[in-house]
Design a protein around this ligand. Structure first.
Ligand code: DX5
Ligand code: ZN
Length: 220
C-alpha cells in the first residue's frame, strides 16, 4: 500500500504559457508543481528550459518536481538546481550512470528521481532504488500531454510497490501520463504515491477543484 497521503502534481505543460504565474496560483491545493523539460532530441517535442523553471519557482512556495526528458542530463542538472528544482527526475535511457547522477543530485541537496519510458523494463533498476527518492513510471510515451493512459504500465508500479515495501524504502512512486478521473483510482490501487496530471487539471474549468477531486479519488 502507498504510505503517504496521495500527492497531486499538476503539470504546467498543459497550462497557458502566456500566464504561468496565474496558472500556478490557480492550484493552491496541489502538492508539487510538475515541470516537464523536453529537448526535441530525447523526445520529439520542445517545451522550455531552466529560465522558465526559475520563473515558476519565483511565483510559488511549492516543491518543483522537474522531469527531464532530455539527453545527457548530467550536463544540465546544475542549471535546474540553480533554477530551484526540489526533485530532479532524469530518464535512465538518457544516461550511462544513473546511480552516479543520483548521488550527485543528493550531494547538491535536491531529491533524485529516475523515470523510464513505457518500453523500458523496471527489473534492471530495482537493485538501485535506495539511491532514489522518486521513480516516475511513464504511462504514456514521453513527449506530449493529453495522451491515453497505458494500463499495462501498472505492472511496473506493482513490482516497485512490492520491492519498496519489502526493503522498507521511502522511494515515492509517481505515475505520469493520462491521469484523470477515470484512471487515477487504478493507479492508486496499484501502489502509486504521487500523480502527475496535466490536461485533467488545466483542461478543467476549475483547476483547483480538479486537484481536490483527483486526490479524493486516489485516497479511496
Ligand atoms: C509527458 C509529460 C507529462 C504530461 C502529462 O511527456 O511527462 O507530464 O504533461 O500530461 P497529461 O496529464 O495530459 O497526460
Ligand atoms: Zn512529466
Amino acid at each position: 500500500m502507498a504510505q503517504h497521503t496521495p500527492k497531486i502534481a499538476p503539470s504546467v505543460l498543459a497550462a497557458d504559457f502566456s500566464q504561468l504565474g496565474a496558472e500556478v496560483a490557480a492550484v493552491p491545493d496541489a502538492d508539487w508543481i510538475h515541470v516537464d523539460i523536453m529537448d526535441g532530441h530525447f523526445v520529439p517535442n520542445l517545451s522550455f528550459g531552466a529560465d522558465i523553471t526559475a520563473a515558476i519557482n519565483r511565483v510559488t512556495e511549492k516543491d518543483l518536481d522537474v522531469h527531464l526528458m532530455i539527453e545527457n542530463p548530467e550536463k544540465w542538472v546544475d542549471n535546474y538546481i540553480k533554477a530551484g528544482a526540489d526533485c530532479i527526475v532524469f530518464h535512465v535511457e538518457a544516461t550511462d550512470d544513473h546511480v552516479e547522477l543520483a548521488k550527485y543530485l543528493r550531494s547538491q541537496g535536491v531529491r533524485a528521481g529516475f523515470s523510464l519510458r513505457p518500453g523500458t523494463p523496471i527489473e534492471d533498476y530495482l537493485d538501485d532504488l535506495e539511491y532514489f527518492d522518486e521513480v516516475i513510471v511513464m504511462s504514456v510515451e514521453p513527449g506530449f500531454g493529453g495522451q491515453s493512459f497505458m494500463p499495462e504500465q501498472l505492472e511496473k508500479v506493482r513490482t516497485l510497490r512490492r520491492v519498496i515495501d519489502e526493503r522498507g524504502l521511502n522511494t515515492i512512486i509517481e505515475i505520469d501520463g493520462g491521469i484523470g478521473e477515470k484512471t487515477i483510482a487504478a493507479a492508486a490501487e496499484a501502489g502509486c504515491d504521487a500523480f502527475v496530471a496535466g490536461s485533467a487539471v488545466y483542461g478543467a474549468e476549475d483547476p483547483n477543484a480538479a486537484v481536490q477531486t483527483l486526490r479524493a479519488l486516489a485516497s479511496k
